[in-house]
Design a protein around this ligand. Structure first.
Ligand code: SF4
Ligand code: SF4
Length: 150
């Protein structure tokens, strides 16, 4: 399946991918409204995390693993693997905020929501024409959406 892969050689840590993610998941679909009014409300928060060490940056998001540790760790059935799409799917209604998945994910791809007792995780912009918004928005082509063997 196609996944989002970061390329740390090209990442400049601009956070535009985070903004694109939030806009794509917002009700308004407008960057300014999403950022100033909708952010943190109703679960809206970027699904990506930018890690920076010195001058090196990398944008991390869920890799939708074939055998996901987060699903095995989840105590409430809030995470499951979709057998058709291969995506690791999150159901916020079922989540009890125990952070087991966050600790189990080997990629550090799960975030705590800044206000809610819930997690935030990439859904590959499920159903979005054009695929994940972060990949489209990156000005330096530091994100690739492709099918690899790993
Ligand atoms: S959250 Fe982590 S463990 Fe779960 S599918 Fe994504 S990358 Fe894999
Ligand atoms: S935080 Fe939510 S999704 Fe993660 S393991 Fe706990 S119940 Fe499952």
């Amino acid at each position: 399946m196609k996944r989002v892969y970061p390329n740390r050689e090209y990442c400049i840590g601009c956070h535009i991918c985070e903004l694109a993610c939030m806009t794509a998941h917002s009700k308004s679909g407008d960057l300014i409204i999403a950022y100033t009014e909708e952010r943190d409300e109703d679960g809206l928060s970027p699904c990506k995390k930018i890690f920076q060490k010195g001058s090196e940056c990398v944008a991390i998001s869920c890799r939708h693993c074939d055998d996901p540790s987060c699903v095995a760790a989840c105590i409430s059935g809030a995470l499951h693997k979709d057998p058709e799409t291969g995506e690791t799917v999150y159901d916020r209604e079922k989540c009890v905020g125990c952070w087991s998945c966050l600790m189990a994910c080997p990629y550090g791809a799960i975030r705590r929501h800044p206000k809610m007792n819930k997690i935030v995780k990439c859904d590959l912009c499920h159903g979005r024409e054009g695929g994940p918004a972060c990949v489209e928005a990156c000005p330096n082509k530091a994100l690739k959406f492709e099918d690899r063997d790993d």
